[in-house]
Write a protein that binds this ligand. Sequence first.
Ligand SMILES: Cc1cc2nc3c(=O)[nH]c(=O)nc-3n(C[C@H](O)[C@H](O)[C@H](O)COP(=O)(O)OP(=O)(O)OC[C@H]3O[C@@H](n4cnc5c(N)ncnc54)[C@H](O)[C@@H]3O)c2cc1C
Length: 372
Amino acid sequence: MKVAIVGAGIGGLALAQGLQKAGVDVKVFERDPSPRHRNQGYRIHISPVGEEALAAVLPDFVRRRVIATATQPGDLVAGFDSQLQVQFEQEFPVAGPDAVTSVDRYAFRRALMTGLDDVLEFGKQFDSYAETSGGVQLAFTDGTSTFADVLVGADGVGSRVRAQLLPEQDVLDIGVRCIYGKVPLTTNVREVAPPPFLRGFCFASNGAGTGLAFGPVIFREPPAEYGDYLMAVLTGTNEVLGASDDELFTMPAADLWSIVTRSVTNWHPSIRTLVAAADPTAAFPITLRTCIEVPSWSSNHLTLLGDAIHPMTPAAGAGANTALWDAARLARALTSGEDLASYQQDMIPNAQAVVTESLHNAERLFHISIPV
Ligand SMILES: Cc1cc2nc3c(=O)[nH]c(=O)nc-3n(C[C@H](O)[C@H](O)[C@H](O)COP(=O)(O)OP(=O)(O)OC[C@H]3O[C@@H](n4cnc5c(N)ncnc54)[C@H](O)[C@@H]3O)c2cc1C
């Protein structure tokens, strides 16, 4: 069997590992010209669901790379008001030396690419497919094409595979924008940062729609390109941020970061000090999007995983973990002679529960109402 995966994101890479481990002929087609190419976001929380999926699909030497390049586990999740008064706090035991509780997205993807040199093709943008009785013909924007017995759309929230397979499927913009940034953890920043910010994910809110989250990325083994940092994410509507999408998505990174600086003018001095210590060139904006219902479809040769089929807001910290769950379940289906429908039957209810949780969390966290 020949499997073509479109998209070398978290789910596509995990699936490729699971299939290669089982001896399946697999290829991954990624539109980016290289693994480094774009702003990919910074810190990702890995839950026990994600860890279990990684253990199922990864060969041991790849799993070791994932563990070595993950962050040191934290022991706290906390919420604050803008003056750093604690609103909630949850402590938990520090996980063991082999635990993966959060990762830097770039370092994680690089680790997931270990051993896939002959499987991965960069600079290959999928355009469309044609299903035949025996498989699927994939066409790329560079004019080339290839045949596979199974096509897996793992091409993220803007999936072209989904757009062709399920043209009616809506992806909802929930009206919240994020500005992502990075505060390098210099000695000085470590000294001035509120101690909880170095222990785990912390979210501060002014109660009027502006939120600022911090998540420490303290590596076991940093990538060659950069060291430890605090991920910082400002959230709010265009109105709250005082900038339209046209402005947000075209302005230089340093101007984006000035929006963050302006938004915390009256906040606690420690927060303002951290914002001032950020690398302004590392800022980038994103739109939060979600599906409401995970749809079903019918095909013997074509399937979808991760954000391509069930995009969700980051408010449950579960999009990547659910993509990993999908990858493990689909790898099992493709290597044990099950049909694609059996994957779909398990994936849809599992993903639907997480999407619904993420919608509820987003309403609470961002002070919005999502029409469902
Ligand atoms: C800011 C932010 C923070 C998040 N934090 C968390 C978190 O803490 N925990 C968590 O579990 N989840 C988190 N998520 C969600 C998580 O990042 C996604 O759910 C996850 O990356 C989905 O994985 P995926 O493999 O489905 O898609 P992606 O990782 O998005 O990968 C899709 C890949 O497909 C490629 N591609 C797209 N179109 C084409 C094409 N036409 N041809 C070829 N290649 C193509 C893209 O370049 C990309 O590499 C967060 C998301 C965001 C945006």
